[in-house]
Write a protein that binds this ligand. Structure first.
Ligand SMILES: C[S@@+](CC[C@H](N)C(=O)[O-])C[C@H]1O[C@@H](n2cnc3c(N)ncnc32)[C@H](O)[C@@H]1O
Length: 231
């Protein structure tokens, strides 16, 4: 569906021009897109898979996250959600270390108490997140692997859905966007096979904040799809 750029004016904004965008590669090392369990040897740097995180080191109120942003990229959505939902903690999960450092720089620069980002590959699930604890999971334009032959490198899988379902509270919401038709079809196929989420009407998409990729699509007239699911 084509959309226009007039995002709600009442939203609080961050002035990103204060933070010069660094040169960050489009992809991380390909090994990071596969679960650690599928690797042999250790001649590469792979993000840790903690079984617990001490939330007081991430959020000023010391509480666990309410929202998770999978593939938070340069963090526009993450930090704008945080400033517009000050009562909620949001955790970004991002596999490109440079993007994590950049986002962390903005969180610290703006002194945002309720946003944090970790260097992590979502393909390993979320062992550090309690079951039935999360209100919203965002999965917005996350997969850089668009060709069918790359299916095995896509984070979106039956086991990731099982993890997202586990961590969401009852009635918790799962937001998905993509601008690649093939990926949209693939998402719908995997969701159908998985079968546990209820599909919600797109009109009930209740988050006005846009990601960088979404703004890019709108500015170029690129169509993209939204899928809203409920536990
Ligand atoms: C196209 S960008 C979109 C970023 C942001 N969500 C947006 O909409 O502007 C996709 C992001 O997902 C990240 N990503 C891809 N696979 C991932 C994985 N397995 N774990 C964590 N992040 C991942 C990429 O590194 C990249 O930053």
């Amino acid at each position: 569906m084509k959309r226009n750029l007039d995002e709600s004016v009442s939203l609080k904004r961050i002035d990103f021009s204060k933070y010069p965008v660094p040169r960050i590669r489009h992809h991380a090392n390909a090994v990071l897109y596969l679960p650690l369990s599928q690797h042999r040897g250790s001649n590469f740097s792979y993000p840790a898979i903690p079984s617990r995180l001490k939330w007081s080191e991430f959020f000023t109120n010391g509480l666990q996250p309410d929202f998770i942003d999978i593939g938070s990229g340069l963090g526009k959505f993450l930090v704008e959600i945080a400033v517009n939902y000050p009562q909620k903690n949001i955790l970004g999960v991002e596999v490109r270390k440079g993007a994590v450092e950049w986002t962390d720089n903005i969180i610290k620069g703006e002194d945002i108490p309720n946003a944090a980002v970790i260097w992590y590959s979502a393909v390993n699930g979320f062992p550090f997140i309690d079951s039935c604890s999360i209100e919203k999971v965002f999965y917005l334009f996350p997969d850089p692997w668009v060709k069918k032959r790359h299916n095995k490198r896509r984070a979106f899988s039956f086991s990731l859905l099982e993890e997202i379902y586990r961590i969401l509270k009852p009635e918790g919401r799962f937001y998905i966007m993509t601008d690649v038709e093939e990926v949209d079809v693939y998402h719908k196929e995997v969701l159908k096979l998985y079968g546990k989420f209820k599909k919600e009407d797109e009109k009930k998409w209740d988050v006005d904040i846009r990601t960088y990729q979404e703004e890019f699509c709108i500015s170029k007239g690129i169509e993209y799809s939204k899928l809203l699911l409920v536990k």
